[in-house]
Ligand binder design. Structure first.
Ligand code: OGA
Ligand code: MN
Length: 240
């Protein structure tokens, strides 16, 4: 609870998701073709080809980033601590519904290796990271409402591993709900949000009933995400 209060700034959550749902019932799926898009189209959908192109350097989904064995090692380290907590369901005002969380600073060697890989692909070299890694355990019935991570506590980049379940992450432009991207986040993948995708768009994880990507159902099971963030630079802090 306290962790999330520090890290998240929730904005207009219900309005944004309701609006987007109306849109998607009238818009047909955007077909993306061409070499830049051929890999992207498996996991990125959006309100326009132009938006997908503009954000293509700021949004990444790396599938099979961890192996089954690495997932198992992460799970075994995290599960005993998580199991002792109860999922939080009752706070409808919170950005996250049906979750428990923890943070972790020290890991065994397999997990340490995974996190080193996350850091090396996601963050600029030498970029200081936000202390311990954040771990969020969403119940099957849990979901994350649209929000922007706090600009005071977190820097330009957010990188998250998806354990145990596939899911759909939706990005919606903060000041124009017509502009959106959906990311298909398969189990074992790493997603990275940078710069405008992180500051100018809300992100959310869809609840099971709404979990659809390009017209295909993406069943949501219990999902654990392991999230690394960098620290804001001094320039960012004084600019905002
Ligand atoms: C968050 C968040 C996404 C995820 O904790 O701020 O957006 O992948 N999490 O769990
Ligand atoms: Mn977030």
């Amino acid at each position: 609870m306290k962790l999330l209060k520090n890290v998240l700034t929730q904005i207009n959550s219900l309005n944004i998701s309701k609006y987007r749902r109306c849109q998607s019932s009238t818009n047909s799926t955007i077909r993306v073709t061409g070499s830049v898009f051929s890999q992207l189209e498996h996991y990125v959908d959006g309100s326009s080809r132009d938006l997908i192109q503009r954000l293509s350097t700021q949004v990444e989904v790396r599938t099979q980033f961890i192996s089954k064995e690495e997932e198992c090692a992460l799970f075994q380290e995290l599960e005993p601590g998580l199991k002792r907590k109860r999922y939080q369901f009752d706070h409808w005002d919170d950005a996250i519904h049906g979750y428990r969380e923890t943070e972790r600073g020290t890991w065994g060697s397999v997990c340490e290796g995974v996190l080193r890989r996350v850091k090396s692909v996601a963050f600029p070299e030498g970029s200081p990271l936000l202390g311990p890694v954040h771990v969020l355990d969403l119940d099957k019935a849990g979901f994350i409402k649209p929000h922007i991570d706090s600009i005071k506590f977190c820097g330009s980049t957010i990188a998250g591993l998806s354990l145990l379940s596939d899911s759909v992450m939706r990005l919606v432009k903060e000041d124009d709900a017509h502009q959106w991207l959906d990311l298909f986040l398969p189990r074992y993948s790493l997603y990275i949000l940078r710069d405008t995708a992180r500051y100018g768009f809300t992100h959310e994880i869809l609840k099971d009933e709404q979990s659809v990507f390009r017209g295909s159902r993406v069943p949501r099971e219990r999902r654990i995400s392991v999230i690394c963030r960098n620290l804001p630079t001094e320039k960012q802090e004084t600019c905002r």
